[in-house]
Design a protein around this ligand. Sequence first.
Ligand code: SF4
Length: 292
Amino acid sequence: MKIVLSETLSYCVGVRRTLERTRRLLADRRGRTCFMLGEIVHNERVIEDLKARGLRIVRDLDEVPPDGVVILQSHGSTRRRYEELAARGLEFVDATCPMVRIIHDRIREVEAEGRLPVVIGQAGHEEVRGIVGQVARAVVVKSPEDVTPGLFAGVSRAGVVAQSTFVEEDARLIVERLRALVPDVVYHDTICRPTKTRQRDVARQTRRADCVIIIGSRRSANTMHLFDIARAINPATHLIDRPEMVDGIKIPEEATVFVASGASTPMDLVTEVVRRLETRGGGRPAPQDGPR
Ligand code: SF4
């Protein structure tokens, strides 16, 4: 067995930055309690570690006392959330990823130009809620099938942004369909660079592998996109979120196994999976072959 690792493993720059800021804040909170709305990463081990350091994860600002400190995570927040924080006089640390801020700027520009704001992404995902929450009204679509004549009847100008972790090719198909219905469409490609790098690497290396292992949670949008990209190329693609799950995957002795992870998967989880593969005869991971 030959093990090949993705060139980008574990956290993306945005998640890493939020985690670092959270840990710093927890180390220096001077007796105050820190709160986060929702989980920063979909990984029990990381969440338990942050909780042990004093972080409290809540669903709503109603659960935060007046002297609490709120951490706004990398996904970004709605305008309403900032207004609520101000109205309650709550202190907060804004760890929104700079690349998500760009998406917020773009959708506000689209609205200011008098175009219908369209968001390509998963409705209900925290990042998409934050993007939609920048403008008075926006339409969310996640596939070309969502772009129906009825939904865009009477629309002559639209401006499109994409969730940072969306799949490039899927976004392109959605924009193409929209252009067939709406005469004037501007597309701001806001899929972030770290996402593109990771998705391209997964597509390229999956073509060279006999078996693919994607490490991450089903609740993580970017992990699921990587899984879908790889599985469309190679059906022998497996999604695991616990190291022991790798033991149940049948891998032929001569197989090349490509290992990749989502942008919110901790490195120790990746390391443990690779170690288990090594003990099954994989040896040390080999460098990637062929052109990048
Ligand atoms: S996926 Fe991209 S935009 Fe989202 S947090 Fe990571 S680096 Fe930032």
